[in-house]
Design a protein around this ligand. Structure first.
Ligand code: BF8
Ligand code: SF4
Length: 641
C-alpha cells in the first residue's frame, strides 16, 4: 500500500519482516501499522496533559505561550509529577497483583486445593531463614505456611515496613530510605494512598509527589518483583542454565502449535504439562506432536525453567498468528494487545483469555483458577488440537530462521558457574576482573520493544556497543528476547566482545565445560529484575560498599510499559543509573526533568544526590552507550579502580 513504511524500517527480525509483508498482502493491520498512523500528541508526549477532573482536560502550553496552569491552578511541574506517579502506580499494581497470585497458589497447594508441587525446597528454606523463621525439624508444608504468612503481612500490616524489603534490601539502601521516610508499610495501602494522593486537589507539591513515586517504587521492587521471583522459585524451582531456540522458526508446520503469552507462570507451566500428557492426541488429527512456544514474559518464565522455545517479543506478538500455523494463543495478564483478536479472527487461531479481570472481546474465555488449573490447561490443549484441522493451507507461511540461545542465569546459577573457577570464594573472580579492568562494569538490558521504534535494533545496538567496550551484560524481559534472536545469548556472540570481557567469559565457560559463556546472561522475566538487584546487593556486600558505588547501570532502550517505569524508579532509588531510550513523558517539567536526570549541576534536589542513580534519556543507542560508560568510569574512579 502507498505510504506505508518499508518493513525493514520496522523491525530487525527478518522473520517478522516476512510476516509484516504477508499481513499487508492479506489486508491485516498490525501494531506497526497502527503506530505509523498514530500521531503523537505534543502535550501528552511532554506529560503536561491532565485529565484528573472534569474541569479539564487541561494542558499546559510549552515555552510559556498559552495557559501555564490548569483550571485548578496546577502547573506543569505538578501535572508531570502526578502523571509519572500514576504510571509507576500502574506498574506497581501489576507486579504486586502478580506476587499475590503466587502467594495464594502456594497456600492452596499446601492446603491440597491446587494441583501443584513445591519444587524449590532449598529456596524455601533460605527464604524462611532470611525472614526469621526457625526451620529446624519443620515439614515443607509448614515452612510454606509460615513464609506465605510473612508474604501476606506485606499486604496488610499497619506498622513497620515490608518483610520482603527487610529481607532483600541492601543495608545501606535501607538506612537511606529510612532516613528519608520512604519505607512503605504494606503494598495495598501504599497503592491506595498513592491513588488518594494524586487525585485532583490532593498533593500538588512536585518534589513531594516525586518522593511518593519513589516510595511506591519500593513496593514495586519488594512486594512485586522480589516476592514474585522468590515464591515462583519456591513453587517451580530456581532456574538453571538451559539451551533453547528463538525466532518464528520455532513454530512447526506439522505440529499443533500453542503460543503462551502473558506473565504469571501458573497457567503457562500447566499448559506445558498438559501438552506432554496429551501428546498422544495429536496424531489423531494428523499432527506430529504438540509444540509450545513462548511470547513475552510467560515465554521468559518457560524458557528459564523448561527450556521452551521463544517465538517473539512484545511488538511483534501478532506475528505468530500471521504464520497461519498457530492453533491457539493462550494469554493471562499484562502486555497482551487487545488487537490480537482482530488478527486471530482472520485465521483459524483461537485466542484464549484465562483471567476474569483480563478479557478480550471476541476471544474465547476459559477461566483459570489454581484449583481448576488442570481442567483449564487440559481444555486449552484439547481445543488447540482440534483447531489444527481448521487450518487454511493457503495461509500458512512460517519464517525459517532460528537462533540458538542460553538462558536460565539465576543468581544461584551464576554463583555456581563462578564456583568452578574459585570454589571457596566464587565472587572473587568476577570482582577481580572488574578491579583489573578486564570487565569495565556491568549493565542490565531490560524491558520491552515498542512498535514505534524499529524492533530489536536499539536493544541489540546498545549491547553490541557495551560488550565491545568490555561491559558485562545481563538481560531480562523482551529485551533479552531481542538479544536471543541475534545470537547475543549464545557463545557465538563472543566475537563482538572486547578482549578483556571475552577472556573472562571464555575462562568461566571453560571451567564449566562450555566453550564460553554468552556475552549477555539471560536472567529472566521482568519480575526477575529482582535477580539483578540480588546480584548487585551481593557484589556491594562483598566489597563493603553501597550499590550506588558499583560501576553498573540499567537500560531499557525500547521502553513501552508503565511497569518499566516502576522498575526503573526502583533501581534509581537503589542507586543505579537507568537509561531509557523512549521519551518518558516528563520533559514538560523542568523541575521533574532535573530531579531525575541531574541535567543541571546546581539543581537543589536530584535522585543522583539522594540515592546515587539518575535517568539517562537518550534515543540513540551508540550515544547512550557512551553516556553509560562515562558514568561507569566515574564510579570506577570513585572506587579507586
Ligand atoms: O513484563 S518487557 S513488553 S512482556 S513490560 Fe511487557 Fe515490556 Fe515485554 Fe514482560 Ni516487561
Ligand atoms: Fe485541570 Fe486541575 Fe482538573 Fe487537572 S486537576 S484536569 S489541571 S482542573
Amino acid at each position: 500500500m502507498k505510504g506505508q513504511p518499508d518493513v525493514k524500517d520496522l523491525t530487525m527480525d527478518t522473520g517478522v519482516q516476512q510476516m509484516l509483508e504477508k499481513a499487508r498482502e492479506e489486508g491485516i493491520e498490525t501494531a506497526f501499522d497502527r503506530a505509523a498512523k498514530m500521531t503523537q500528541c505534543g502535550f501528552g508526549s511532554q506529560g503536561v496533559c491532565c485529565r484528573l477532573c472534569l474541569e479539564g482536560p487541561c494542558r499546559i502550553a510549552p515555552k510559556g505561550k498559552g495557559p501555564q496552569r490548569g483550571v485548578c491552578g496546577a502547573d506543569a511541574d505538578t501535572i508531570v509529577a502526578r502523571n509519572l506517579y500514576q504510571h509507576v502506580m500502574q506498574g506497581t499494581s501489576s507486579h504486586v497483583e502478580h506476587a499475590r497470585e503466587i502467594v495464594h497458589a502456594l497456600i492452596e497447594t499446601i492446603e491440597g486445593h491446587a494441583p501443584y508441587q513445591i519444587q524449590g525446597t532449598d529456596k524455601l528454606k533460605c527464604l524462611a531463614q532470611g525472614l526469621g523463621i526457625d526451620i529446624e525439624g519443620k515439614e515443607i508444608n509448614q515452612l510454606v505456611k509460615e513464609v506465605t504468612a510473612k508474604a501476606l503481612e506485606d499486604f496488610q500490616k499497619q506498622h513497620g515496613t515490608l518483610n520482603w524489603l527487610k529481607l532483600k534490601s541492601h543495608e545501606k539502601n535501607f538506612q537511606n530510605w529510612e532516613a528519608l521516610n520512604l519505607l512503605p508499610e504494606n503494598a495495598h495501602a501504599e497503592i491506595a494512598k498513592s491513588l488518594a494522593r494524586t487525585v485532583m486537589g490532593a498533593d500538588s507539591d512536585p518534589a513531594n509527589l516525586l518522593m511518593g513515586t519513589v516510595k511506591l517504587s519500593l513496593v514495586d521492587g519488594f512486594a512485586g518483583l522480589h516476592m514474585s521471583t522468590d515464591l515462583q522459585d519456591v513453587m517451580f524451582g530456581t532456574p538453571r542454565a538451559v539451551k533453547a531456540q528463538y525466532r518464528l522458526g520455532v513454530i512447526k508446520k506439522d505440529m499443533v502449535n500453542i503460543a503462551v503469552h502473558g506473565h504469571v507462570p501458573l497457567l503457562a507451566e500447566k499448559v506445558v504439562e498438559w501438552a506432554g500428557k496429551l501428546e498422544g492426541e495429536a496424531p489423531k488429527v494428523g499432527a506430529q506432536g504438540i509444540n509450545i512456544v513462548g511470547v513475552c514474559c510467560s515465554g521468559n518464565e518457560l524458557l528459564m525453567r523448561k527450556g521452551v522455545n521463544v517465538a517473539t517479543n512484545y511488538a511483534s506478538q501478532e506475528m505468530p498468528i500471521i504464520t497461519g500455523a498457530l492453533d491457539a494463543m493462550v494469554v493471562d495478564i499484562q502486555c497482551i494487545m487487545p488487537g490480537l483478536q482482530q488478527v486471530a479472527q482472520c485465521y483459524h487461531t483461537e485466542l484464549i483469555t484465562t483471567i476474569p479481570y483480563s478479557k478480550i472481546s471476541g476471544a474465547t474465555h476459559i477461566e483459570f483458577s489454581t484449583e481448576k488449573a488442570d481442567e483449564a490447561a487440559r481444555e486449552i490443549v484439547m481445543r488447540a488440537i482440534s483447531n489444527f484441522t481448521k487450518r487454511d493451507p493457503n495461509k500458512i507461511s512460517i519464517p525459517e530462521e532460528i537462533t540458538e540461545a542460553y538462558a536460565g542465569f539465576s543468581v544461584e546459577q551464576i554463583v555456581e558457574a563462578l564456583s568452578a573457577v574459585n570454589k571457596s570464594d566464587p565472587l572473587k573472580p568476577l570482582v577481580d576482573s572488574i578491579a583489573s579492568g578486564s570487565i569495565l562494569g556491568a549493565v542490565a538490558i531490560v524491558g520491552c520493544t515498542n512498535p514505534r521504534r524499529k524492533q530489536d535494533k536499539y536493544n541489540v545496538e546498545l549491547v553490541m556497543e557495551l560488550i565491545k567496550n568490555n561491559v558485562l551484560v545481563v538481560a531480562t524481559g523482551c529485551s533479552a528476547h531481542s538479544l536471543g534472536k541475534f545470537g547475543l545469548l549464545s557463545p557465538d556472540g563472543l566475537k563482538y566482545c572486547g578482549e578483556g570481557l571475552r577472556g573472562v567469559l571464555t575462562a568461566v565457560g571453560q571451567a564449566n565445560g562450555l566453550p564460553a559463556l554468552p556475552p549477555a546472561l539471560h536472567m529472566g522475566s521482568c519480575v526477575d529484575n529482582s535477580r539483578i538487584a540480588d546480584l548487585l546487593s551481593a557484589l556491594a556486600g562483598y566489597l563493603n560498599v553501597g550499590v550506588k558505588d558499583l560501576p553498573v547501570a540499567g537500560s531499557c532502550p525500547e521502553t513501552h510499559h508503565p511497569k518499566a517505569l516502576a522498575i526503573g524508579t526502583y533501581f534509581l532509588a537503589s542507586g543505579v543509573d537507568v537509561h531509557v531510550g523512549v521519551n518518558p513523558q516528563v520533559t514538560g517539567s523542568e523541575l521533574v526533568t532535573n530531579v531525575l536526570t541531574a541535567a543541571k549541576e546546581d539543581f537543589p534536589i536530584t535522585t543522583d544526590a539522594l540515592f546515587g542513580g539518575k535517568i539517562i534519556y537518550e534515543e540513540d543507542s551508540v550515544k547512550a552507550a557512551e553516556l553509560i560508560i562515562e558514568r561507569i568510569k566515574m564510579k570506577r574512579k570513585a572506587l579507586g579502580i
